[in-house]
Design a binder for this molecule. Structure first.
Ligand code: 9MR
Length: 568
């Protein structure tokens, strides 16, 4: 066609469902007709007219949309705008995000500690096991009568949190909650996702097998004597940019904390429900999870003020610890999440009555320090299985879900990229990709669990945020390694940096655009301060281009849920 690739045309680089919205966005002054053609440009299959201009409320730039929703024929195509160029190629087909759902779950396999990743499962990213964590020291901050400082415990398995090699309970909490929720909400679809891991042949869905790798680690993080849960298992300071098996510094479990203990209680209580059907394959595990949850709750009741403060800790104990803090002084939402999971699992009203589920009218979007809405999701999904106290409040719970969903979709049709994500510059924080994914999940929960007249909009706009993540955004990247044409090649991820392989480990979600990244990581090379454009595909950019388990988990949920919910 004589057209060349234009990066001003932004779209979901994987593609679109035949019977769902299909939108590309062009940034700049283009106007007039657009076409859909075969990737070689030879055959025009659809023509349309670019929309009226919109102004990006953050950058002030002009955008127009090319809406080809009316075209439903399965195939591979490019969008062509005469005088501008063509887009990256993409597909229209029913299972267009299925490989991504599988790949994003597989991303967790690559994050496993303490196990060799052979080529059979890991392909060119095969590597020897790192961080066995079979000889971990009790840090003085974590000492108890039964386990004085320097005691050696075994705390193996688990996933590396992110681009670093440490293991943190708080962040494991929301990550596990999200993956276990996929197993609860879409059991049949979850069961169909084969990720080619060592456990793939067993009777348990691969995503649950993967979660078990971390669940078994989490169980070792509870002090058996009192039920308190250590905040994290880390080196005193971050490892260098070396492969896992080369990183052999001493590791410690650090300080019990209220947030870690409550998040642990929530995960273990939910795990009891999810594991119940597999009692034959996993004898005793579901029961162990529930008793661990109850013990954690008991510790929390006795220690409600034990917030984790790294600075305060370092003034009292040696060695000093400088790894990720996951500090959160407000545990009120963690109480709600733990109470909801324990209540739904045990049907014991005492857990429900121990907290106030409706302290105010806010419905905060889930993130690692803010888990209140996970309690609402759980209460709503339990619906008529709740006891009377919970059932009475169901309308209020659903009200919270719809008010969050309605606020997310409000004005999305004015947004420059026609996505829920990015209506406000405030969306572009550290780990903004997970904001987009969690917005999508909130919409899916409101779609599934309420009878709001806007339900169908919720589903449509959840998909808009997957489009955001896969390229329809102000920087033109698909933020998932290995999925799309313009993807992160230099994530802040130690194995990807150190392994000598050009392609980064695949299936990992970059934290993405972050307005304050330059100030936070001081990586040289940021080109702009426009909030929705501050992203740098460089490995020193840990504030915009790290990967993390709590970002991958909502990608997994959003992708798998949208696949499961498409009616094609
Ligand atoms: O995801 C965390 C983000 O919300 C915080 O702003 C940031 C700075 O405290 O830390 C992020 O978490 C990092 C953790 O502390 C250590 N492992 C890597 C995580 C992702 O960058």
């Amino acid at each position: 066609s004589g057209q060349s690739l234009s990066e001003t045309i932004r779209l979901n680089q994987l593609g679109y469902y035949p019977n769902a919205d299909k939108i590309a966005v062009v940034v700049g002054d283009a106007q007039g007709p657009f076409q859909l053609t075969t990737p070689d440009g030879k055959k025009v299959v659809f023509t349309g007219i670019l929309s009226a201009p919109r102004q990006n409320g953050i950058s002030g730039k002009t955008t127009r949309t090319a809406d080809f929703s009316a075209f439903t024929k399965i195939g591979s195509y490019v969008v062509v705008i005469p005088g501008v160029g063509h887009s990256y190629p993409f597909d229209i087909r029913p299972d267009v995000h299925r490989a991504l759902a599988i790949g994003a779950i597989k991303g967790f396999y690559y994050q496993r500690t303490g196990i060799d990743l052979p080529a059979k499962y890991a392909g060119q990213w095969a590597r020897p096991a790192g961080h066995p964590d079979t000889r971990v020291l009790i840090h003085p901050s974590a000492a108890s009568p039964g386990r004085p400082a320097g005691t050696v415990i075994s705390s193996p398995r688990g996933w590396y949190d992110a681009g670093d090699y440490n293991k943190y309970i708080v962040n494991s909490g929301i990550t596990m909650g999200t993956l276990l929720s996929l197993c609860e909400d879409f059991p049949d679809y979850a069961n169909k996702l084969n990720t080619n891991i060592p456990e793939s042949g067993n009777k348990i869905p691969d995503v649950l097998d993967e979660a078990l790798w971390n669940l078994r680690w989490m169980l070792t993080m509870q002090d058996p004597a009192d039920g308190g849960v250590y905040h994290k298992l880390t080196n005193p300071s971050f490892d260098g940019m070396i492969m896992p098996d080369k990183a052999i510094k001493d590791r410690y479990v650090i300080a019990k904390s209220i947030t870690a203990t409550l998040d642990f209680a929530a995960v273990m209580a939910q795990a009891n429900r999810v594991l119940k059907p597999y009692t034959r394959e996993l004898p005793g595990l579901a029961d162990s999870c529930l008793s661990a949850a109850v013990k954690a709750w008991t510790w929390a009741k006795a220690n409600p003020t034990m917030a984790y403060s790294q600075q305060a800790m370092n003034t009292r104990f040696d060695p000093d610890v400088t790894t990720g803090g996951y500090e959160d002084r407000d545990a009120s939402d963690e109480w709600l999440w733990a109470a909801a999971e324990l209540y739904v699992t045990t049907k014991d009203d005492a857990y429900y009555k121990a907290v106030n589920f409706f302290p105010d009218s806010r419905t905060p979007l889930p993130s690692w320090p803010q888990v209140r809405s996970l309690a609402y999701y759980t209460l709503a999904r339990s619906g008529n299985n709740l006891t009377a106290v919970g059932k009475n409040d169901l309308p209020k719970v659903k009200q919270h879900l719809t008010s969050l969903a309605d606020s997310l979709i409000a004005g999305a049709n004015q947004q420059a990229f026609q996505t829920v994500m990015g209506k406000s510059a405030k969306d572009f924080i550290w780990g903004s990709s997970a904001e987009a994914a969690n917005q999508g999940i909130a919409l899916i929960q409101a779609y599934r669990l309420t009878d709001s007249p806007n339900r169908n909009q919720y589903l449509r706009y959840a998909l808009s945020n997957l489009d955001y993540l896969l390229g329809r955004n102000a920087v033109g990247y698909s933020f998932v390694t290995g999925f799309g044409d313009k993807t992160p090649m230099h994530p802040h991820h130690r194995p990807s940096i150190a392994d000598g392989i050009e392609a980064p480990v695949p299936g990992l979600l970059s934290g993405g655009t972050n307005a304050n990244a330059a100030r936070q990581d001081k990586c040289p090379g940021y080109m702009t301060t426009v909030a929705d454009e501050v992203y740098l595909d460089a490995d020193c950019s840990y504030a915009s281009n790290e990967i993390a388990i709590n970002w991958n988990a909502p990608l997994v949920y959003l992708t798998a849920a949208l696949e499961a919910l498409q009616k094609n």
